[in-house]
Design a protein around this ligand. Structure first.
Ligand SMILES: [Zn+2]
Length: 269
């Protein structure tokens, strides 16, 4: 019998995430029955597929051959280790060797890309904290201190009559690779994709320490955000909460100006 694990954490392995079942939408009637009894769901990171659910009396497969899924042993080890109930802060980083191998498979010269952009590979944390929901009512996952800081920032803005919307927080290497897979399947070249998407492994979103912010009625990830009252408020108050703009105008990485993208750096970093 499994004790009920905490429902406020996403536990991470290189290929598979363990989600609190209560935060997932059922995609079929069978899923709905299983999910209503489950504590955790094992999700393939590349496409979000539900592989299996953890019920009080055992694991129920949600896909054929889920036991042979790449990386399944790492995910099952986490369940066995009881690590889900008491994650130790700060979360350790997962190794980056897998994303390095996949960049090579994509045909991306990682060294040249890093040299050109001045960006480094960003590791994923071993677990993330539920930080509320984003503007689309999806769970917002962030690194633990970042989650706390974001909630403080959001509340402080609200007291000043400013509504901040989270648009996107943590994103995995595999999620970003999935974007590349889909665009290449549509015939886009690697260079064409890189012109609008960061290479998998090189986004600050992988760390769970960065999030994209918008305001009600504003389009996500748009330059126009810098003309809003929300942006003016952030410029003045975000640094006091540990958040800084990662890509201001004329940043040394050659990344376009991103007034929506903020990164948490605590005072001790
Ligand atoms: Zn961003």
């Amino acid at each position: 019998m499994h004790a009920h694990p905490s429902s406020r954490f996403l536990f991470n392995t290189p290929d598979i995430e363990l989600w609190p079942a209560a935060l997932l939408r059922a995609r079929s009637n069978r899923d709905a029955r299983v999910l209503s009894l489950a504590t955790q769901v094992l999700r393939r990171k590349r496409d979000g597929a539900y592989l299996a659910a953890v019920l009080p009396d055992g694991i129920v497969g949600l896909m054929p051959r889920w036991q042979r899924e790449a990386g399944i042993d790492d995910a099952l080890d986490l369940l066995d280790a009881g690590a889900l109930r008491a994650p130790r802060a700060p979360a350790p980083d997962l190794p980056v060797s897998q994303v390095e191998a996949r960049l090579e498979a994509l045909g991306l010269d990682a060294d040249a890309y890093a040299a050109r952009t001045g960006l480094a590979l960003v590791a994923e944390p071993a677990w993330l904290t539920f930080a509320g929901v984003d503007r689309y009512r999806r769970p917002l996952w962030l690194e633990a201190r970042t989650a706390r800081a974001w909630q403080g920032l959001h509340a402080a803005a609200a007291r000043d009559g400013v509504t901040l919307d989270a648009v996107s927080g943590y994103r995995s290497h595999d999620y970003q690779l999935g974007i590349f897979d889909r665009k290449r399947a549509r015939g886009l070249s690697l260079d064409a994709i890189l012109a609008v998407n960061a290479a998998p492994g090189y986004s600050e979103h992988h760390s769970g320490c960065a999030l994209d912010i918008s305001a009600p009625g504003e389009p996500p990830a748009d330059d126009s955000f810098d003309a809003t009252a929300a942006f003016a408020w952030l410029t003045r108050h975000a640094p006091g909460h540990g958040f800084t703009l990662s890509y201001p105008r004329d940043n040394p990485h050659g990344i376009v100006y991103e007034p929506w993208h903020w990164r948490y750096r605590s005072a001790i970093d």
